[in-house]
Design a protein around this ligand. Structure first.
Ligand SMILES: [Zn+2]
Length: 152
């Protein structure tokens, strides 16, 4: 009985000695791995911080670029704002011109109508006193000119 216990204890000690080292080695390995890991991580962090610096620089550069783009957009906007009234003026002018064109057309139609020979209906110049087509005496013209003036 006593021998069995002694054997068990001995086995236990042997186990403890046998396992102590591997455990310690294992723990040390983990620790050193952790240290190595930390070193690697520190290096990685350094690299990352360099990268971060680069990114930061890029961001700053981009910011400068963005600011420049903003400036350009602002300037363009201001120019557009300045151009806008001009455009509106041009639009007003266009409308006015088309209105005038219509008026002129109406006027011309009236003139053409007024300066037609009453007999043969052929177009005549205002200064014609006699129709060159049919020889009609154009005495009605001054009367029609009055209606033209009225139109005005
Ligand atoms: Zn005629």
């Amino acid at each position: 009985m006593g021998k069995r216990i002694a054997t068990f204890i001995l086995w236990g000690i042997t186990c403890a000695v046998a396992f102590e080292n591997p455990v310690e080695t294992f723990l040390n390995k983990i620790l050193s791995d952790a240290k190595k890991q930390s070193a690697v991580e520190a290096q990685m962090l350094d690299e990352k911080s360099e990268l971060l610096d680069l990114m930061n620089e890029t961001v700053i550069t981009n910011n400068t670029l963005l600011a420049q783009v903003k400036d350009i957009i602002y300037n363009v906007r201001t120019e557009v704002k300045e151009i806008q009234p001009l455009k509106e003026n041009v639009e007003t002018l266009k409308t006015e011109i088309s209105r005038l064109t219509r008026e002129t057309q109406k006027f011309e139609e009236n003139i053409t109508y007024t300066n037609r020979c009453p007999t043969c209906k052929k177009p005549l110049l205002p200064e014609f006193k006699v129709c060159p087509y049919c020889g009609e005496n154009i005495k009605l013209l001054p009367e029609k000119m009055i209606s033209l003036r009225e139109y005005k």
